[in-house]
Design a protein around this ligand. Structure first.
Ligand code: SF4
Length: 260
């Protein structure tokens, strides 16, 4: 991927939306880890509603490690997949308490050792809570990276590597936020607003659509002009000929009848 494209896309999105913050409310890196686990297949808005009470009841890893499974499942029920999510939260909390003395590991390798934590979650925590470079590839980032041309792959790990190899580490977390907000507002799945999009000049998808349009443009023009001129001409002919010769008028009438 050309680094120029990624840089231009980043600059444009930053100028449009301004600097973006983490969408998930949290007070500590551990709370962000829990919120990110809950955000799988769930909206950030819903997660924030749930975690406001959740973190009052269980503020840290030790509290979660000692809470009842059923109680936790009930508390996070509305986030969906509550059994699996409760399982991941409980196991990760116990691992943090038992293996990391209650502190969240501060590296990608350490975070990936925690049960239920994948690269996306680890990157969120690194970039938004631990002040380290992190480029989370969620569903929006994955889709937009393909459409815009930031990566030719649909594999999140390859996308992460493609983008991170051409962008400075200090921009990674912000770039992910900007792509997410653009995916939510201008380029949602199945209904991207390409005509109104600020990235239209840069986006590979738009270029591909424009190029396909140009190739078929002559046919469209011909059809459009034939349509425009055929009606008035036909009417004129019928009127003129019908007025001058009965034979022509008959022919026209019969044609018109067949067609209807
Ligand atoms: S030009 Fe269209 S496809 Fe490309 S980012 Fe904008 S809305 Fe999405």
């Amino acid at each position: 991927m050309e680094s120029a494209l990624a840089k231009q896309v980043y600059d444009k999105l930053l100028s449009v939306y301004g600097p973006q913050k983490c969408f998930l409310e949290h007070m500590t890196p551990f709370q962000l880890l829990v919120a990110t686990i809950l955000s799988a297949q769930c909206t950030d808005k819903r997660v924030n509603m749930v975690t406001r009470d959740l973190f009052k009841r269980w503020p840290d890893a030790e509290a979660f490690a000692n809470c009842g499974r059923e109680e936790l499942e009930q508390a996070i029920f509305t986030c969906g997949f509550y059994r699996a999510k409760a399982d991941h939260i409980l196991k990760a909390s116990k691992a943090i308490v038992e293996q990391f003395h209650g502190e969240l590991p501060g590296t990608m390798e350490g975070l990936l050792e925690l049960p239920g934590v994948g690269r996306k979650t680890a990157n969120v925590v690194l970039g938004d809570a631990l002040g380290q470079p992190g480029f989370p590839v969620d569903t929006h980032v994955r889709r937009l990276a393909g459409l815009i041309g930031l990566s030719a792959s649909s594999d999140p790990e390859v996308i992460e590597s493609d983008v991170c190899s051409v962008m400075p580490p200090e921009t990674w977390a912000q770039f992910s936020h900007l792509l997410i907000v653009h995916g939510r507002t201008r380029c949602p799945a199945n209904r991207p607003d390409c005509p109104g999009c600020e990235l239209a000049r840069l986006c590979r998808h738009t270029k591909a659509v424009q190029s396909a349009g140009k190739q078929s443009a002559p046919k469209k023009t011909v059809r459009a002009s034939a349509k425009k001129t055929s009606k008035p001409v036909a009417k004129k002919k019928v009127t003129n000929k019908a007025a001058s010769t009965g034979r022509t008028a008959k022919k026209t009438t019969s044609k018109s009848g067949t067609g209807s």
